[in-house]
Ligand binder design. Sequence first.
Ligand code: ADP
Length: 524
Amino acid sequence: MTQPTATGQQPTFRDLEFLVEVSQLLTLRDVAEVMDQVMQLTASAVGAMKASLFLHNGANVNWKYVFTVRKLEGADSVRVVSTVLDEGLAGWVVRKKQAAIVTDTETDERWHIFPDDKLVVRSAMCVPLMLDDEVIAVLTLVHPEPDHFNDYHLRLMTIIANQASVAIRNAQLFQSLQEQQDQLQAVLQSVPDVMLVLNEKDDIIHVNEGAASIIGAEHLAEARGMPLTYYAAQFDILDAVRESLDSRADDMAEINFEMRSMDLETDFAVTISGWEHRNTDRHGHVVLIHNITTLRNLYRFKDEMLRIVSHDLRSPLSIISGYADMVEYDIAPESVINEYTDAIKRSVTRMSNLLEDLLKVRQIDEKGLHLDSDTVMLDLVLPVAQGTTMLAFQKQQTVESDIKLDESVRGTVDTTLMRQAFENLASNAVKYTPEGGVIHLRAYEEDGHLCFEVQDNGIGIPQDSLPHLFESFYRVNPDRNTTISGAGLGLSLVKSIVERHRGQVWVTSEEGKGSQFGIRIPLK
Ligand code: ADP
């Protein structure tokens, strides 16, 4: 391969060999290696003394890689490349998108002479490597004698350049795929969750290091290729995954569940989603298993606190209230002490209400629904409207009810809880509307659903608070509420009740103008 050839007009056997060797560049995956080979092959094919190759990095005019037979280092390479591309032959070739031969470097203006260059160059040939009408690289070949390169060389180089462009682009694509894969791999490995990728036969085709927390670090290496059933037989959490996969109706639907693994004494949240390959019929599942033991422990702690608060505080409160009553009983009506006992009783009532709300949250969390399958919706809504009217009367507010329901509209609901939800919305409207305001209550049936709406012209809610309104203990800017008591539990109760009935709750509001809340629950 080191013998110079191709000086004649007819292709020699060696020229054909070069073409075969160039076509083999397509099998290389490393950009630097492709470029190295291109330079060696071309220099050899046309008997050049030296070849250099500048590769465009694609995005802009910075030429990122510079490969020359005589390796240039750092700043030197930047200086040479930018000069050659600005003023030299390579620049001319890039701009014109065409190859060029310099028969004598001393007379051709396109050749830039570096005064400090010890290499004697008298003739040169420069070829663009094109892809999609863009120059992706320029190849320059030089010789110490004038008039070395001819048209035949140029044609040969053009053919080689075409092949080399494809080989370089291939290697670039491969390299970028490899980079993406490495990044993905790094991301997957850094995820603390357990991740298993399964194929269509539920065999494990990928497992991350997080999986060590279930199957043990020593088994990670062998897990790939094993059927899920092998591990399902050993670990209850993976058995639950297998069972979900076996019982799935729709292969691609996402499955979510939580469970406590008795084997590992750990609580897990599991998400299983389908994957499929676009061009083949390959498919499978990705299983993500997240350790939620800390969260579960917090829930257990919260439940215990709620139990203590709701039960164990109630008795002392009723004792305080009882003694306050007794004190009142014993003192003269005009005594100032009456004010003190009133204050004590008001505080006790507020605390009792708060405890009542906490108890309800717990009950809803713990107990199932007591569904009444033939509830007359009118009977559910009317008492709420009447109760609201009484409540509003104390604030000189008007309640306008528009109840478009009759005896025939019936549904399956937990009447106690649903009335509670309606009452919470209605009492909030009274609470957050100044004296003299107007409250509209609407109830109607629509598409097999019961709709219940409450509209007020009260203080309204800022837009940025709306997304948080249904969270437990959330109160809009507590400052504005100093005169209106509450714990921020009412709406979270409403949401929890409505969701248990597979319904939706919504709100729209404009600060200073009023709010509208609505509930929509399926009747069946
Ligand atoms: P609470 O009324 O006990 O504070 P809720 O969960 O019922 O708790 O309501 C949460 C917050 O939403 C309230 O603090 C209040 O700021 C706001 N809010 C609820 N209903 C209305 C309404 N009709 N108008 C204005 N603000 C409301």
